[in-house]
Design a protein. Structure first.
Ligand code: ZN
Length: 642
């Protein structure tokens, strides 16, 4: 804490000031705070498991063999160095043979089906937002690589810097595959020009927040007629998807743009583009010069000073690629079952409290309230680990073949994904791996998820008092629940279907309140002049405001919440708000701050801390906040939604 700061002037500084001062950002990080510290702790635990599993031979095909050998192969830098870029050489040669537009499209589907990622066209399978009990094919076009569309379209100093770093990166990687410098520089211009054209057709991040505007179900054959080059029936068949009448086409404007570029841009330029996607998509998995070039580029954007050590990166990679196998070992070794029981209880308390708050809302009609309560009652909850582990049946992992392992994982995942078509929706899966320090809400499943990784101090601690746990993990639970009722989540019903269940006057009143949150955040500024984007961050900000209110109301029902007994000189209410603030203690590099303000739907941590509390009467009472304090808001200006 920094007790020289008046809590009413800057609560974030008051609660975290000295932590921030005494914890400089490590060179390998772009930001540093509670989440990073826990992530590092979890990463160490994961490494312990992986080192142990890779040390001795394990029965072929077992969980330990596959995660252990995946890690071993990823750490086998002698073999990786020796191979250089050999793993993608035949792919580059194949791209070099492309003769025409059909050849380009064939290459795109070949790459998708053969575990080589994808570069321009993305075919996959997911829940149908309007019929969440069924799976549907979706197709989208991509091709851009910079963090945001605007980085291509704007000419402000930061965008120009990013563009220059990207072009240098392109030339650097081509040079590593033997392309002369002059040609590499030319390639960079060619690729950038194509990507810029695609970027022009893309929606902004704020536009992408409208689920109805983004839902575009089409008849596959009818839709194909609108395109000169794309025949989606053929593309799906080549992608091993058959027997479908309809599909979701996301951002058709981009698909259209790519379709016309296929004709407008010479085939030789497309070859350059596809080669670039092949090299850059795999740079992190090739020999060290590629890895280094990749880091140089990303550090120019993020400000990161040194690369994360390989063992940390590879532990993350195993978690990301074989999450359910590693998760089994992680949970067994590091997750206490009692924590799950405690969480089940806590979630139930918060659910009951949110129900009471919905009943008590003064701005919502009884009809809409009933539907909101129905949605709340239908919430499903995943805690710590999935109901059923994915065993990656048939997936072979070899100790001496890092790149081959990555490819096989990718093929396995693709087949698993498209294999869902025609089957009932699998509700046993968890969207995050167990060591993840995060939580989530899925609108289509109407489901909240809390991986094992976040169920530890400072979020959650058996030995801590209720004020700390309700201000920590309690507020996180409330946050995820509120996502079901934020500007996006409220558009999905109790079954997870994108369907309007609101009476118009209630929806209008909701929007009026949400607009005040947009205004509140638009006024926040970082690095002297960069404003928070209130519309981009609206869902998260509503979730924070709702979450903290729900957690506080639930806390007031506990024994400590009803008492006035001080701990370490602080009242229960003070401790509740301090716990909330300390969860968000963190600092970040200016480059990272700039990038996140453009791309991250979460607001910077100091605002996440201060913004909800200034709307809560209880905080004013707890810290005796006066009208002269900087954070003070008049009671009638305090925003209340959930
Ligand atoms: Zn959130």
């Amino acid at each position: 804490m920094d007790k020289t700061v008046d809590p009413g002037n800057d609560f974030f500084e008051y609660a975290n000031g000295n932590w921030v001062k005494s914890n400089p950002i490590p060179a390998k990080e772009t930001r540093y705070g509670t989440f990073t510290v826990l992530r590092d702790n979890n990463n160490k635990k994961v490494q312990t498991i992986l080192v142990d599993a890779s040390k001795t031979p394990q029965p072929k095909g077992s969980v330990k063999q596959r995660v252990g050998d995946m890690y071993y192969s990823a750490m086998d830098t002698v073999t990786i160095e020796k191979r250089g870029y050999a793993p993608i050489r035949t792919d580059l040669e194949r791209i070099g043979q492309i003769k025409n537009v059909d050849g380009i499209i064939n290459e795109l589907t070949y790459e998708r089906v053969n575990g080589l990622g994808g570069s321009l066209l993305f075919v996959g399978v997911g829940q149908d937002s309007k019929h969440p009990d069924t799976y549907i094919t979706s197709v989208g076009a991509g091709g851009t690589a910079l963090p945001d569309r605007d980085n291509y379209l704007k000419n402000d100093p930061r965008s120009l810097k990013i563009q220059a770093a990207y072009k240098k990166y392109i030339a650097d990687l081509f040079a590593l595959t033997g392309v002369p410098a002059e040609q590499g520089a030319k390639n960079a211009e060619t690729i950038f020009a194509i990507e810029k054209e695609i970027a022009k057709a893309q929606k902004s991040r704020v536009e992408l927040r409208d689920p109805n505007a983004n839902y575009n179900k089409v008849n596959i054959d009818e839709f194909s007629k609108q395109y000169k080059n794309f025949n989606f029936r053929q593309i799906l068949t080549a992608s091993k998807i058959t027997g479908q009448d309809s599909m979701l086409a996301s951002q058709p404007r981009v698909i259209k743009r790519v379709d016309s570029l296929l004709t407008a841009v010479p085939v030789s330029d497309w070859q350059t583009f596809l080669k670039w996607k092949m090299i850059s998509g795999n740079a992190g998995s090739l020999s060290s010069p590629f890895v280094k070039a990749n880091f140089n580029y990303s550090s120019a954007l993020s400000g990161q000073q040194v690369q994360t050590p390989r063992n940390e990166r590879m532990a993350n990679l195993v978690d990301g690629s074989l999450g359910d196998l590693l998760g089994q070992l992680y949970v067994e070794k590091y997750f206490p079952q009692a924590a799950k029981t405690y969480m089940v209880n806590l979630v139930e308390n918060l659910k009951v409290t949110l129900g009471e708050r919905i009943q008590g809302l003064d701005w919502m009609s009884p009809e809409t309230k009933q539907r909101a309560l129905k949605k709340l009652a239908a919430f499903s909850v995943k805690i710590a680990f999935p109901d059923k582990w994915q065993n990656y049946d048939g997936l072979v992992i070899n100790r001496d073949d890092y790149y081959g392992n990555l490819k096989r994982i990718s093929v396995w995942r693709y087949n698993e994904n498209i294999g869902h078509l025609g089957k009932p929706v699998d509700k046993t899966r968890m969207g995050m791996t167990p060591p993840t320090v995060n939580a989530s809400y899925s609108p289509n499943r109407n489901e909240i998820t809390f991986p094992a990784g976040i169920l530890q101090a400072p979020f959650f601690d058996f030995d801590a008092d209720d004020a700390m746990n309700y201000g920590g993990i309690g507020a996180v639970i409330g946050h995820e629940m509120t996502h079901g009722f934020d500007d996006q989540g409220r558009q999905f019903d109790a079954d997870g279907a994108l369907r309007d269940w609101w009476k118009k006057e209630d929806a209008d009143k909701f929007k009026e309140r949400a607009d005040k949150v947009v205004q509140q955040f638009n006024n926040f500024v970082i690095l002297d002049s960069i404003h928070v984007n209130g519309k981009l961050t609206l869902g998260e900000n509503i979730a924070d405001l709702g979450g903290l209110n729900i957690a506080y109301a639930a806390f007031k029902k506990t024994k400590e919440g009803k008492s006035n007994v001080k701990i370490d000189g602080f009242t229960p209410d003070q401790r509740f708000f301090m716990s909330w603030a300390q969860v968000w203690r963190s600092s970040q590099r200016p480059e990272s701050a700039q990038q996140r303000i453009q791309t991250d739907p979460h607001s910077p941590e100091q605002f996440r801390t201060n913004a909800p509390i200034v709307n809560m009467d209880a905080w004013y009472n707890a810290f005796d906040i006066k009208p002269t304090n900087k954070l003070y808001k008049k009671p009638e200006d305090r925003i209340k939604i959930w």
